[in-house]
Design a binder for this molecule. Structure first.
Ligand code: FCB
Length: 463
């Protein structure tokens, strides 16, 4: 294992681990859970690598005690998980399913008993299929349904949960789900994806109100903010990077923190631009003050003003902003084929801080790497590349904090190997290995490294 010095963090900095419901829970039909768009997507032949689905996943639904014990031994302060909407409301509306709520009730109690703060995310992509059938995020009504669901969960868990995350990565829900089609529901549409983006933001704003009304002390949203690099200094490539900046980052940051959609959005959306689904007053709801901003970071993205293959002109703009991603030559790549560039993490955070001085404190709600793990002859997983990835990204984070960025915590993605969406079980992000035949958990070297980092931080704080 590495002997390099461990990065250091301010006293009170929170260390955590993250997961998401569909990726780990399994028990797809247990206790009245209804189908979600990810059940439908993963059961559609040809969409997920290996034909995998989340029916069993890590069976966390039945093994959560074991997983909480792993978290306790890891020594984390906090655990980010997500609540599966279709367990709470199997068809996305109406009264709560008590058995579904009961699972999270027991999970929260187990976490608290282990001295770990529970941080639920209300939406990590598993929309009830019945709501998709009624229009999904294209429809404004879904935002209203989300607010209702939020109240049910907040009333059920709010006596013990103080920190809440509304949405995970609305970029992926709206654009990968409704334009690129590589996430559920697998739609390839143009303008409706923009409506989805707006309705997700509205859902966040309405849920924030509901959480406050239920007495939540801290509310935030998680965005996958991207570090966008222009492939060259040419004005055309720089303009492409700027358009991508609007699509990836500004479309969320500006309404959330500046009360308006980005100034150059019409130029970015081109023929798809259509604001008819936006109503007066929406921006006030969306822009309600937040207590923290969750940031997920994995890699930088390089874009160029390159031609693309999308034949459908209606789709071209939405797809185009994603398609011109260029390979970044030089750095090592993870099994996601993502380049490992830790400096980009520092740059992203410092730049964010400079551009949005009024931002609330930041929590890094995901960061990690998929690696080709193997169980070695000694029965262990020596995931040296993941250890290096985590060490270098935590060092990059420490550098950003030293440069003045107010980051209060870090959640590693992920506690467990799990269902990596369209990649099924073929990509492993866990610091704990899951054997998908036996469902046995095996902490990897990265788990032990992270445990030592947390312990060293505690010694420093108390010493
Ligand atoms: C993020 C998702 C998370 C996981 C990681 C690798 O986009 O939020 O569920 O799949 O990527």
């Amino acid at each position: 294992m590495t002997t390099d010095p461990l990065p250091t963090f301010p006293a009170g900095f929170l260390f955590g681990a993250a997961t998401a419901s569909y990726q780990i829970e399994g028990a797809a039909t247990a206790d009245g859970r209804g189908p979600s768009i990810w059940d439908t997507y993963s059961h559609t032949p040809g969409l997920v690598l290996g034909g995998h689905n989340g029916d069993v996943a890590c069976d966390h639904y039945h093994r959560y005690h074991e997983d909480v014990a792993l978290l306790r031994d890891l020594g984390v302060d906090t655990y980010r998980f997500s609540v599966a909407w279709p367990r709470i409301q199997p068809t996305g509306s109406g009264t709560a399913n008590p058995k579904g709520l009961d699972f999270y009730d027991r999970l929260v109690d187990a976490l608290l008993a282990a001295g770990i703060e529970p941080v639920p995310t209300l939406y990590h992509w598993d929309l009830p299929q019945a709501l998709e059938d009624a229009g999904g995020w294209r429809s404004r009504d879904t935002a209203e349904r989300f607010a209702e669901y939020t109240t049910i969960v907040a009333e059920g868990l709010g006596d013990r949960v103080r920190r809440w995350i509304t949405l995970n990565e609305p970029f992926c829900s709206a654009f990968i789900g409704y334009a690129v089609g590589r996430h559920a529901p697998g739609a390839r549409e143009g303008t409706p994806a923009l409506a989805a983006a707006h309705h997700l933001l509205l859902a966040h704003g309405l849920a924030t109100r509901r959480l406050r009304a239920a007495g939540a002390s801290e509310v935030g949203i998680t965005l996958n903010l991207d570090r966008l690099l222009a492939a060259s200094d040419s004005p055309a490539d720089r303009a492409a990077a700027d358009r991508a900046e609007t699509l990836h980052n500004r479309v969320w940051l500006e309404p959330l923190f500046n009360g308006a959609y980005p100034a150059n959005e019409d130029e970015v959306w081109g023929p798809l631009a259509d604001g008819s689904f936006r109503r007066e007053g929406d921006l006030d709801i969306i822009g309600a003050p937040l207590d923290f901003l969750g940031v997920n970071f994995y890699r930088p993205i390089m874009v160029a003003d390159a031609p693309h293959n999308e034949p459908d002109p209606a789709l071209r703009t939405a797809v185009d902003v994603r398609a011109p991603e260029q390979p970044i030559e030089g750095p090592r790549r993870t099994t996601m084929d993502w380049p490992v560039v830790p400096d980009a993490f520092t740059d992203l955070l410092v730049d964010l801080d400079r551009r949005y001085p009024g931002l609330p404190p930041i929590l890094i709600t995901e960061n990690g790497s998929a690696e080709p793990d193997e169980v070695a002859a000694d029965g262990k997983v020596h995931d040296t590349d993941r250890v290096a990835y985590l060490r270098d990204h935590l060092s990059a984070l420490s550098a950003a904090i030293k440069a003045g960025v107010d980051v209060r915590g870090y959640f590693v993605w992920s506690l467990l190997d799990n269902f990596e969406w369209a990649y099924g079980y073929e990509r492993r992000f866990g610091i704990v290995r899951v054997d998908y035949d036996t469902l046995e958990r095996l902490p990897k070297d990265s788990y032990h490294w992270y445990r030592e980092l947390i312990a060293a931080h505690r010694r420093e704080a108390t010493g």
